[in-house]
Design a protein around this ligand. Structure first.
Ligand code: GTP
Ligand code: MG
Length: 234
């Protein structure tokens, strides 16, 4: 039996300007027993000294070294390896994700209403503030077209999601690029008959630090899972 703990997986790449505010906000918003796994790639990452200084104050704040190779997806996979809680939430360090919805995400999983809960920018009540025009438009188009075709959520690409741990660990992640893994996992979970639901969220583009999203490089990989989601049903 997994313990009744929420494990957050937070990949970081030089987030010294954001990490303190992110951790403070998360602990303020979420009362559940939790671990916050900060997953970093290299020892000189500037997030580390700040995160270490916070760890006395915040129980469960844990630094995890990415051992699966470099890059954000390898970091997330290292976080999944380390996760032991009954609920696992993947969220970013750049203050883009609003932790106010976390309690509702956890509640729905623990109540047995959902296996995957997607933070949804494109459903009623959701919002997206800032961010690149092309990426934003493609992401919205992908989400809304999949939803029209019967996919259970309006936002297929946001990485901010809560998973029942057993479900998360049951799928092999075939993605090798970046955040397209999120579409892959959700499409596979839905096709396998798991309950995928959404909660409205407000996403805000980072105001500090730098994005490492590689739109052109990752686009073909998104396409693969977009087509998978379009054609696989429970
Ligand atoms: N460990 C690790 N984390 C990364 C890497 N690249 C990005 N991250 C982290 O992943 C999260 C999201 O990264 P961003 O580059 O902002 O990507 P994004 O939020 O999808 O894209 P934008 O919408 O452009 O901001 C942040 O917490 C980053 O610090 C990486 O190579 N390794
Ligand atoms: Mg970002």
């Amino acid at each position: 039996m997994p313990s009744e703990t929420v494990d957050f997986i937070v990949p970081v790449f030089n987030e010294s300007k954001n990490i303190a505010a992110m951790v403070t906000e998360l602990y303020r918003s979420v009362p559940y027993a939790k671990r916050v796994l900060i997953v970093y790639d290299f020892d000189d990452d500037d997030t580390l000294p700040v995160a270490r200084s916070l760890s006395d104050r915040y129980e469960g704040l844990t630094l995890v070294r990415n051992t699966r190779g470099s890059g954000v997806l390898a970091a997330i996979r290292s976080g999944i390896d380390a996760a032991t809680g009954d609920v696992v939430i993947i969220t970013m360090a750049d203050l883009s994700d609003d932790p106010a919805i976390v309690n509702e995400m956890v509640r729905r999983i623990r109540a047995g209403e959902a296996d995957v809960v997607c933070a949804s920018r494109y459903m009623r009540g959701g919002r997206q503030i800032g961010g690149g025009m092309i990426k934003k438009t493609l992401s919205r188009l992908a989400g809304l077209s999949l939803h029209l075709a019967g996919f259970p959520v309006h936002d297929a690409t946001n990485a901010f999601r809560a998973y029942r741990r057993d479900v998360l660990k049951s799928f092999e992640i075939e993605s090798r690029g970046g955040f397209e893994y999120s579409l892959e996992l959700t499409a596979k979970a839905y096709a396998a008959g798991y309950r995928v639901v959404e909660v409205p969220t407000e996403w805000r583009d980072r105001s500090r630090g730098q994005s490492r999203f590689q739109l052109l490089r990752w686009l073909p990989r998104y396409l693969r899972w977009y087509l998978y989601a379009l054609t696989h049903r429970p």
